[in-house]
Design a protein around this ligand. Structure first.
Ligand code: SAH
Ligand code: SF4
Ligand code: F3S
Length: 435
């Protein structure tokens, strides 16, 4: 039996896609291996969202090529967003045998077979229909507690900095029946949490089922599981979604709501379809319906023509909202995007760097403040396994997606336990078992 090894980069959707690829290749007779030295097929499922993501993968391609050269018969391939963006130029390097975009995974068995005969293969056609809805993913996470369920693919927004619509194609939603089947299957296999994934989950629509309806269908189909979802777009997250969250105890109290910038001038240039005031209105609405809901965000420092004043608007927005956590990035120009074509990437590297550091410093303090507010509170936590630092402690997340650790020799991964917060760091709630 041939063995396949896959490295996954980028977002949660890529993790879910890797699980689909393992399923397709499993059906075609490949076994999975976690040891690259044992693999007959070596694949990277890649990300193009920022230049540094691509640079890391370029390094790995060299490494893969080393295996390919030293062990005859080994086939290497690039999957995912970088495959879609760079197309033939990846094959032209002569370092990989297969290039397959995100909608080409059903063809992988054929592509790999032809490549093993010495014929390089490329398939980067994007589809308007493909959702892999009928494919049962082979879960790659090891603890068997939390699973990703992809509910849609692609993106119809045109945020001017973003490469995703080019690498993932047009938005399409998956049949809710197949989503419910997958959620029930996760429950039957002992999973305790599912995360519904899409680039813009609030624009999910399949016939008359919108995202609010889908959320309630899933929450009610698997009442013993926790439900998460990502990513929400500020302009699209509806009151109906918030009300559905508020009325289902098993939908987690956490919304990842990327803001990107606190400056209206930047938001317009980014082609985000909300203003600072509109964003703050959504935050207020979330908090009025769910006072205990965590809000996290993504932000970009140093987008085209960003001034110190624009940057201060971002800092003040962070203070105003008091995010519980954030992913923070420097702007990275992506070839082919609207911003790359229309706007010079003119914020000097030092300024981008400093602005990012300033945002990080503010967020570090906000994260610590957010965690301090939790001291003395009791949370229901889903155990993920032993804590990385101390094997006598367990770790797991609360509904707000905060990492908790506590001494425990009784419980196991997959248990729900009640803990009381005694202390915290900026990243972790330090707890003890309640009762
Ligand atoms: N669909 C999600 C985001 C997907 S990409 C949304 O709309 O919010 C994840 C994050 O990467 C984005 O939120 C953004 O903050 C960041 N990002 C995307 N393109 C980028 C670029 N060209 N440079 C820097 N960061 C970028
Ligand atoms: Fe990119 Fe915008 Fe789509 Fe998110 S919503 S994936 S940032 S284009
Ligand atoms: Fe990266 Fe593609 Fe996800 S560009 S962030 S892997 S959709």
């Amino acid at each position: 039996m041939k063995k396949v090894y896959i490295e996954t980069y980028g977002c949660q959707m890529n993790v879910a896609d890797t699980e689909v690829v393992f399923s397709i290749l499993g059906e075609a007779g490949y076994a999975r291996t976690e040891d690259i030295a044992q693999a007959d097929v070596i694949l990277a499922n890649t990300c193009s969202v920022r230049d540094n993501a691509e640079q890391r993968i370029r390094g790995r391609i060299e490494q893969f090529n080393f295996h390919r050269k030293s062990r005859p018969g080994v086939v290497t391939g690039i999957l995912g967003c970088m495959a879609e963006r760079l197309k033939d130029s990846l094959l032209e390097s002569g370092k990989v045998d297969v290039v397959a975009g995100p909608d080409a995974y059903r063809h992988l068995p054929g592509l790999l077979a032809a490549a093993s005969q010495g014929h390089p293969q490329i398939d980067v056609l994007l589809s308007r229909e493909e959702t892999y809805g009928d494919i049962a993913p082979v879960r790659v996470d090891k603890n068997g507690v939390s699973a990703f369920i992809s509910i849609m693919r692609g993106c119809n927004n045109v945020c001017s900095y973003c490469v995703v619509p080019y690498t993932r194609g047009a938005e399409r939603s998956r049949d809710p029946r197949s989503i419910l089947r997958e959620a029930c299957d996760c429950a039957a296999r002992g999973y305790k949490e599912v995360t519904l994934l899409g680039q813009n989950v609030d624009s999910y629509r399949y016939e008359d089922v919108d995202f609010a309806r889908l959320l309630s269908l899933v929450a009610e189909a698997v009442p013993g599981l926790r439900i998460r979802f990502s990513t929400s777009n500020p302009q699209d997250i509806s009151d109906a979604v918030l009300e559905t969250m508020a009325s289902h105890a098993n939908i987690c109290r956490h919304i990842h709501l990327p803001v990107q910038s606190g400056s209206d001038r930047m938001l317009e240039k980014m082609r985000r379809r909300y203003t600072r005031a509109g964003y703050l209105e959504r935050v207020a609405k979330i908090r009025s319906l769910m006072s205990d809901c965590a809000i996290t965000t993504d932000v970009i420092a140093g987008f085209c023509s960003e001034t110190e004043e624009d940057h201060r608007d971002t800092l003040s927005l962070f203070e105003q909202v008091g995010f519980d956590a954030a992913f923070m990035f420097q702007y990275s120009e992506r070839p082919g995007t609207l911003a790359a074509r229309k706007y010079p990437d003119d914020v000097p590297a030092e300024a981008k760097n400093r602005r990012l550091e300033e945002i990080i410093a503010v967020q570090n303090r906000l994260s610590l403040e957010s965690n301090r507010r939790d001291i003395g509170r009791t949370f229901r936590v889903l155990v993920e396994g032993p804590s990385k630092r101390n094997p006598a402690e367990l770790c797991g997340r609360n509904s707000q997606n905060k990492m908790c650790v506590w001494p425990d020799s009784v419980h196991r991964a997959g248990d729900f336990v009640e803990v009381i917060v005694l202390d915290c760091t900026q990243a972790t709630l330090l707890c003890r078992l309640a009762g």
